[in-house]
Design a protein. Structure first.
Length: 176
């Protein structure tokens, strides 16, 4: 399958642990394997506006993609860039939508918002009545194997490493 004339624009931005930048790299590689041209716009770079303008002038953009709706607030005058161009923004939420209410309330109509949990989708449908599309897409993982450590057990200085969260585990399964 070839989509040689179609370009997907992926937005890179800041996240708490930086992991979303890795997701964007993996997604770029996957879209390229499907035959799309991919352009990554790094919203942390000082030149991102010029780069986005260049891409819009030179490429046939199929859709924009962002993690946690980064870049949703880009406008042409008073109108959303995505509504102005009639090109969708796919906002893949990895966090609960309540953390992105300000972004999701930008009034963008040409928007697809996905959630990684069915209860998050219910929250969107109940509390955010935007006219955009709302879909459930569960989490995935990196395609590439990640090497955790090259040290043997005997060489490691930490016997047990517990990776946790600040969230109360008894509240994780509560309904929204």
């Amino acid at each position: 399958m070839s989509h040689q004339n179609k370009t997907i624009v992926l937005y890179n931005g800041q996240s708490q642990y930086g992991v979303l930048r890795y997701f964007i790299q993996d997604l770029a590689a996957s879209f390229q394997q499907l035959g799309f041209e991919v352009k990554i716009i790094d919203l942390l770079a000082s030149s991102w506006i010029a780069e986005l303008e260049r891409v819009l002038k030179e490429k046939d953009v199929f859709f924009f993609f962002s993690m946690n709706a980064m870049g949703i607030d880009i406008k042409v005058g008073d109108q959303s860039l995505y509504d102005h161009l009639n090109i969708p923004l796919f906002a893949f939420l990895v966090d609960h939508p309540m953390y992105h209410i300000n972004r999701l309330n930008q009034g963008v109509k040409n928007l697809i918002v996905s959630t990684v949990d069915q209860t998050h989708l219910s929250f969107l449908r109940t509390f955010l009545n935007g006219v955009y599309s709302k879909v459930f897409i569960p989490h995935g993982s990196s395609y590439h194997e990640v090497s955790v450590s090259s040290k043997t057990i005997e060489e490691r200085k930490i016997d047990i490493l517990f990776v946790g969260t600040f969230t109360n585990p008894y509240r994780c399964n509560e309904e929204v």
